[in-house]
Design a protein around this ligand. Structure first.
Ligand code: PLP
Length: 470
């Protein structure tokens, strides 16, 4: 492809993007497809000779958009959002056009320096302590694994990487039962073992936060048994019902017990740009050694973009840095972010944060989050008024409910709603009961979209249950 052709097709791609987004509300959020439908449309072997761009484009239009689940659909209420603000898409287009590999300062000086500055903008936006640094990772799972490896190494005097874990004693990690599955996986991938992740109860509504008395008791019992407590993983905004831990109380335990404290705020971290949310949910965050949040979830920086803040980056670098000859760089005072993370290769992720924060300003981003929180409360109240059982009240913009009938009926309700296509929700489980999980957070969602969701849920529930909710 020559660059004249690239320019023409680049314009077509941008036209497609605008038209796709303008037409999203007319599409079902989730496509009506069966497994294998998409693969059946693709050639079974690669072509030996190149094809015309016209043919590739026309196949793209006929194969892809109708078989996609539309994460940018304004009536996407499932999982958590993966918001891509238009301006962040433009930044990604530019980054992908220059296509640098940003593993070292010298392999992309501006990407490295912009990453440092953007992480610091976000540190300020989230009200985190002066002096903390951070790194942009691909996912919260990667950041949490990095933190768990660091807590492991700290607990075994930095000998685990070299000698293995056989002499390390039985390392123990503590988290609430509300913690995300990425924490389980990090603990077992780090070689600590699933059985050494101590899952503690929560204290129930309204925060479903970690029971700190149970935490203290578990640590004391483990020490008495000769085990080696390594760290605590706290949460702000759990996936199930939005659980959030009292960081001042958990942090005090971590400090007293000299344990590494990592915080998973993958979803709710974005809401901490609002000072009133921070004041309610984040006192004590300064106790943390590591905090992860995903601007690619609620904030609007296109996937992937997960920021890990670190109180003392040297500990993570001591855990992860490896420097074969070809990666050595000369000169002092440069940061090589690949030494902070598990992957070596790195994308230019800072550009979309720079575009996003400059275009909307923090006030513009806060306004969206405050709207989502308010509309979630309104939707919850409207469903309650129609006879639905609210199982967990909104935490930020997430709540759970049940229609009439047993667990099977809840799953049938979710399936019927999603087959209808006007909205998309997911099921969850709370205290052993199946629930319908509803979160408001898509970047371009409006109050009308949220209230339409209430109507759709009521209509489909009535149809499913013959007009009875309870
Ligand atoms: N933590 C929480 C609370 C989450 O909700 C999720 C995913 O939704 C994750 C961690 C994992 O995030 P990622 O997909 O970035 O690994």
């Amino acid at each position: 492809m020559d660059w004249d052709e690239f320019e023409r097709w680049g314009a077509r791609a941008a036209e497609f993007g605008a038209a796709y987004h303008r037409g999203l509300r007319q599409r079902p959020v989730r496509p009506d497809v069966q497994p294998g439908d998409a693969a059946d449309l693709l050639a079974t072997a690669p072509p030996e000779t190149g094809e015309a761009m016209e043919a590739i484009w026309s196949d793209f239009l006929s194969v892809v958009p109708d078989r996609l689940t539309h994460w940018q659909h304004p009536r996407f209420f499932a999982y958590f959002p993966a918001n891509a603000a238009p301006v962040s898409m433009l930044a990604e287009m530019l980054a992908s056009q220059m296509a640098p590999q940003c593993m070292l300062w010298q392999t992309s000086p501006v990407a490295t320096e912009m990453e440092g500055v953007m992480v610091d903008w976000l540190r300020q936006a989230l009200g985190l302590p002066n002096g903390w640094a951070g790194v942009i990772q691909d996912s919260a799972s990667s950041a949490t694994l990095s933190a768990v490896l660091t807590m492991r190494e700290r607990a075994c005097a930095w000998r685990g990487n070299r000698e293995g874990l056989s002499g390390a004693g039985q390392l123990r990690v503590y988290a609430s039962a509300q913690a995300h599955s990425s924490i389980d996986r990090a603990v077992w991938v780090a070689g600590i073992g699933q059985d050494n992740l101590v899952k503690l109860p929560d204290t129930g509504a309204p925060s479903f936060g970690l029971d700190v008395a149970a935490l203290k008791a578990a640590i004391a019992a483990d020490r008495a048994a000769g085990h080696v407590p390594a760290g605590i993983i706290a949460i702000t905004g759990g996936t199930g019902v939005g659980a959030w831990d009292d960081l001042a109380a958990v942090g005090a335990v971590a400090e007293e017990e000299r344990l590494y404290l990592h915080l998973d705020a993958a979803w709710a971290g974005s809401a901490m740009i609002c000072p009133e949310v921070r004041a309610a949910m984040w006192p004590g965050v300064e106790f943390c050694d590591s905090v992860v949040f995903n601007p690619h979830k609620w904030l609007g920086a296109q996937f992937d973009c997960s920021v890990q803040f670190l109180k003392d980056p040297a500990q993570q670098i001591d855990t992860l840095k490896i420097e074969p000859e070809y990666l050595k760089t000369t000169g002092t005072g440069v940061v090589n972010y690949s030494e902070w993370t598990i992957p070596l290769g790195r994308r230019f992720r800072a550009l979309k944060l720079w575009f996003l924060m400059r275009y909307y300003g923090l006030e513009g981003l806060r306004a969206r989050i405050r709207n989502h929180v308010a509309w979630a409360q309104e939707a919850c109240d409207a469903l309650r008024a129609q006879g639905f059982e609210i199982v967990t009240e909104p935490i930020l913009s997430l709540f759970t409910f049940r229609g009439g009938g047993d667990d099977g009926a809840q799953q049938r309700l979710v399936d019927a709603i999603n087959a209808d296509g006007r909205i998309y929700v997911t099921q969850g489980a709370h205290r052993g009961r199946k629930v319908v999980r509803f979160q408001v957070g898509q970047f371009d969602c409006t109050r009308d979209d949220v209230m339409l969701a209430v109507d759709v849920i009521a209509e489909i529930s009535a149809r499913e249950a013959g007009g009875m909710h309870n």
